[in-house]
Design a protein around this ligand. Structure first.
Ligand code: B12
Length: 305
């Protein structure tokens, strides 16, 4: 069984963290445990239950009526109603385990066959969030714990990047739609999440200018002047030191904000949330918040157009 922190549960279910907390507090249908660091850990069962509740609400049920059934009855109904959902979760978990075990000892052929096979049959966005990003995170953890050689970690990282680029290249060139610039801040080389953000924007019909890692603020500003984007998204996977954070955020607020609406996201952005908010820069909590943002942009440009 996997344990998930709340931000991941939000990502897996499409519910906001606030909604999850309220349902937990008010209706008692979730059973998170507390890790040594006091963070709540949610089980796969909690995730499946939340997805089921969301499906039922979307179909017109009320949360009060559902909650009155109690956790056990909801789980029974979930098992009867959605064998596919638990099949997918179990399949992804099994696949991830197989992929990771093909890295030590390193067995390239098994790794590539399993990964290519899975990515070919699963809708790409599902594969991105269910297989590729979790794989990247897990390989990172193994590398950090010295259980995977850094060369193997680089191999996996390159492989994941290639898969996302190749999926993006298969989409038709976007000629219409909101213009969105996606980049990483100066000095930031971790660009897999930015790539995932770019893919998501492309799939939702945006014209994406993907700049990737380590983009100086002056160069970004110049591009924004040239392109006149509807939105610029900066991925901050890591928090910066206080001095660096103040410097980068001030530069973004003074140079980019006057030219383009600016949003940031990622673990680093969440950790530096207060600094961003002080500079009136919007922090996107998760991929669901990104989707909402894109939807609002599209609606606005349809109304204006
Ligand atoms: C791959 C990797 C690299 C690759 C990056 C390749 C690439 N093109 O991305 C390379 C080899 C370049 C690299 C370099 C370094 N790395 Co490195 N790296 C990693 C590793 C293994 C994986 C990172 C990753 O891609 N994670 C998966 C992605 C999907 O997760 P993510 O970026 O956090 O994004 C998630 C969220 O933040 C969010 N998100 C991010 N952006 C956005 C934006 C929006 C709008 C939204 C909605 C969401 C969102 O969505 C994602 C999914 O949840 C991690 C270890 C780990 N466990 O993560 C270390 C790690 C991040 N690296 C680390 C370090 C120290 C470095 C180096 C300094 C190493 C060195 N000594 O040279 C350099 C620094 C480079 C630099 N200046 O930035 C540390 C960072 C420690 C810290 N907290 O400061 C880590 C944690 C490893 C460790 N434990 O020591 N690294």
């Amino acid at each position: 069984m996997n344990l998930h922190r709340i931000h991941r549960v939000a990502k897996l279910t499409g519910l906001s963290k606030d909604v999850i907390r309220v349902w937990e507090r008010r209706f008692g249908v979730l059973k998170p445990t507390r890790g040594a660091n006091r963070y709540r850990n949610y089980s796969d069962e909690d995730v499946a239950l939340l997805r089921y509740l969301k499906e039922q609400l979307d179909a017109g049920a009320s949360i009060g009526d559902l909650a009155r059934l109690g956790r056990e009855e909801l789980l029974n109904r979930l098992r009867a109603a959605s064998p596919r959902a638990s099949f997918i979760d179990n399949t992804f978990d099994r696949l991830l385990r197989e992929l990771l075990s093909a890295l030590d000892p390193f067995d390239r052929i098994t790794f590539e066959k399993r990964l290519n096979g899975a990515v070919a049959v699963v809708p790409f966005e599902e594969a991105l969030h269910g297989i590729l990003l979790p794989l990247q995170e897990q390989v990172g953890r193994l590398w950090h714990d010295d259980r995977v050689n850094v060369a193997v970690e680089h191999y996996v990282t390159k492989h994941i990047q290639q898969k996302i680029f190749s999926a993006m290249n298969q989409l038709p060139v976007a000629e219409f739609g909101s213009k969105v610039v996606v980049a990483c801040p100066p000095g930031e080389e971790h660009d897999i999440a930015a790539l995932a953000v770019a893919y998501r924007c492309r799939v939702r019909g945006c014209r994406v200018y993907y700049l990737g890692a380590n983009v100086p603020v002056t160069a970004l500003t110049k591009l924004c002047h040239d392109v006149d984007p509807d939105l610029t998204i900066i991925s901050f996977p890591l928090a910066l030191s206080e001095t660096k954070a103040t410097e980068v955020i001030q530069a973004l607020a003074q140079e980019v904000s006057p030219v383009s609406h600016l949003s940031v996201g990622g673990h680093g952005a969440l950790a530096m949330r207060e600094l961003f908010l002080k500079s009136d820069i919007e922090v996107l909590e998760d991929f669901a918040a990104l989707d909402n943002k894109l939807e609002r942009l599209t609606r606005r440009s349809t109304v204006q157009g």
